[in-house]
Design a protein around this ligand. Structure first.
Ligand SMILES: [Zn+2]
Length: 445
């Protein structure tokens, strides 16, 4: 297959824009000229970019938009969890997990996101939940890195079931090597994890040679809890447990102090920055400049549009610092892809260099100003958006052509999800706020 006539962004960090006919062979970007008879897709006037990677999301929240809410409004981050997300996750069943993954996967592809790094929770439907998500995403052709959010907040049995689900999925991945999916070990956050559960997560990750994906210092409550219970900061606690190395993915990291930042940087761990979610939850702002080169971008479940997320993150950064951080927002987007590339053992993922997996997006963008390596960053911030996404290819196969899904009907998925969402919302309405608090932990059991 030849993608002919486009400008090709072969790398986001450093930015490289070149004009050549892009050849895809056996799922990869290939070298060499077109040979007679090769299929061609006319991409003239278009821009081909590496597929976006969302480094932290929660597909299970895809049906939450507009759900009824009749409790007192939350006033803290922990109350947001108790009254919203820890009720939603307990209401999930297999049907709603599948529908959420399909809806989230469709939105990802149509906005040019080819890989989702998901963090899943469904305390009343744990066993097999990662298979349900993996199958839903594979049916659409989206690449995924999955894990189950292990936590003690719903009691010991569910904490064990969470570890087991991560292990079961990793064993399946090892056995079957699914084309588009890999696993990590998921853990909710320090403040809902006992030492025993954290240890079990670390052991499972070590056994499979994968990293831990965990929320870290998202809110002050996480740090307060670690200091009260263990006399340690969150990152110190994770490091002591063996949960902090170059495969680790920390989500948020907003309240890491200087010594924790230094520790995380020395460990080489990645941090998924979720600017819109941080704003939406009033948790404070991450010190992006200090966090170092391993900052990736996630949405924390607010869709998967990385054009939108990266732009919001940039403007938030610029709001009170015109100096900003060099390379933004393309450097952290490239880092998101490097992170996924490490999990898939594909170091060129997120580039369109020869040999890279062919995860790419064709943007129908007639640049109204000169576009080259020097100006591309400006086009990204002030011109490009998901509305230009025409075609999407993942691992060498088209998943979107002419703005339509190749393997499914977006309309049908949405129509079916509406019924599922209604049932999910009815179950949710029956559930009181979650009683777990960092301070009064487990007293309710
Ligand atoms: Zn999250």
């Amino acid at each position: 297959m030849i993608l002919a006539g486009a400008d090709v962004v072969t790398s986001l960090d450093p930015i490289r824009v070149e004009r050549f006919d892009l050849k895809v062979k056996c799922g990869r970007v290939a070298a060499g000229a077109a040979t007679p008879g090769e299929r061609r897709r006319d991409c003239s006037g278009c821009l081909v970019v590496p597929g976006n990677v969302c480094a932290h999301t929660h597909l299970y929240s895809a049906l939450a938009r507009g759900m009824p809410y009749e409790l007192e409004p939350p006033e803290t981050f922990v109350e947001i969890l108790q009254r919203i997300w820890w009720r939603l996750d307990r209401a999930l069943d297999e049907e709603s997990i599948r529908a959420s993954a399909l809806v989230g996967g469709v939105e990802a592809l149509l906005s040019g996101t080819t890989t989702l790094v998901d963090h899943h929770a469904s305390p009343n439907a744990i066993d097999g939940s990662l298979d349900v998500i993996e199958e839903a995403l594979a049916s659409l052709g989206v690449r995924s890195v999955l894990c189950y959010e292990t936590s003690d907040r719903d009691g010991e049995a569910r904490a064990e079931a969470g570890v087991d689900e991560n292990r079961r999925f990793l064993e399946r991945v090892r056995r079957e090597q699914p084309r588009l999916s890999r696993g990590m070990v998921g853990a909710h956050a320090s403040f809902t994890l006992s030492d025993e559960t954290l240890e079990a997560c670390v052991a499972t990750a070590a056994e499979h040679g994968v990293g831990i994906h965990v929320h870290a210092a998202e809110d002050r409550a996480d740090e307060r809890d670690a200091e009260t219970r263990f006399g340690l900061r969150v990152a110190d606690r994770l490091a002591r447990a063996g949960a902090l190395d170059e495969r680790t993915l920390l989500a948020h990291g907003v309240h890491l102090d200087d010594s924790e930042v230094a520790l995380v940087r020395r460990a080489g761990a990645s941090i998924a920055h979720n600017a819109r979610s941080n704003m939406n939850n009033s948790i404070g702002r991450a010190r992006i400049g200090a966090l170092g080169p391993h900052v990736a971008l996630g949405t924390d479940g607010i869709g998967s549009d990385m054009f939108e997320e990266s732009r919001a993150a940039y403007f938030r950064l610029r709001e009170d610092d015109l100096g900003g951080v060099p390379g933004w927002p393309l450097a952290p987007l490239a880092e998101s892809a490097r992170l996924a590339g490490r999990v898939f053992d594909e170091p060129l993922l997120g580039t369109l260099e020869h040999g890279a997996p062919a995860d790419l997006v064709v943007l129908d963008y007639d640049a109204p100003a000169p576009l080259d390596s020097g100006s591309f960053g400006g086009h990204w911030l002030f011109g490009l958006s998901a509305r230009f996404v025409r075609d999407v290819m993942v691992a060498g196969e088209w998943a979107v052509l002419d703005r339509q899904l190749v393997h499914a009907e977006a309309r049908e998925i949405a129509a079916a999800a509406r019924g599922t969402a209604e049932r999910l919302w009815r179950r949710l309405e029956e559930l009181p706020p979650h009683p777990y608090t960092p301070e009064g932990r487990l007293s309710w059991l």
